[in-house]
Design a protein around this ligand. Sequence first.
Ligand code: MN
Length: 206
Amino acid sequence: MKERYYPFENEPLPYDYAALEPYIDTETMHFHHDKHLQTYVDNLNAALSDSEELKKLSLEQLLSHPDELPEQKRAAIINNGGGVFNHSFYFEGLEKCEMCKPCGELAKAFDAAFGGFEAFCDIFKKAALGVFGSGYAWLVADGETLKIITTPNQNTPLADGYKPVLCIDVWEHAYYLKNKNLRAAYVDNWFHVVNWNRAEMLLLQR
Ligand code: MN
């Protein structure tokens, strides 16, 4: 993702709100992007507004070394900065379903790391369903190694030194309007609208 600095903005979705139908519904996309993400953007800007030092740092710099943040700002930046990063990463990682399976280097990486694309999907889905409460499941690069991890709340993999490749938001607000309590149905739908080309590009950049 491109470097972003204060004042942060809620950047438009890179596709139409209805683009992910029927897998992710238009109303959810409106609420998720225009309301939930907007709140994280506003609260992050508020948290940084009186600190000239923190305003100089990029979003990734703010989130990569949380222990170095001033204590009285730390929780607000982890929660709201993480909310901005994670949501932007999530939205940018989706697209209208055109290529529903990875190919090329990403497919090879799934073969090597997980024993194939189907095996990857099984493990990733279990991780997503295993998040207790709110959080995310991620495919990350740990150096040359691909890993599936989860983060609670709005914590990011950046704080652990991982390079994110793919994520699914499993907060209930990501699926409750359409799927109600059925997170598994949402995860199954999500696999249909993953932007595998972007994941491959991020993988190759690691
Ligand atoms: Mn969300």
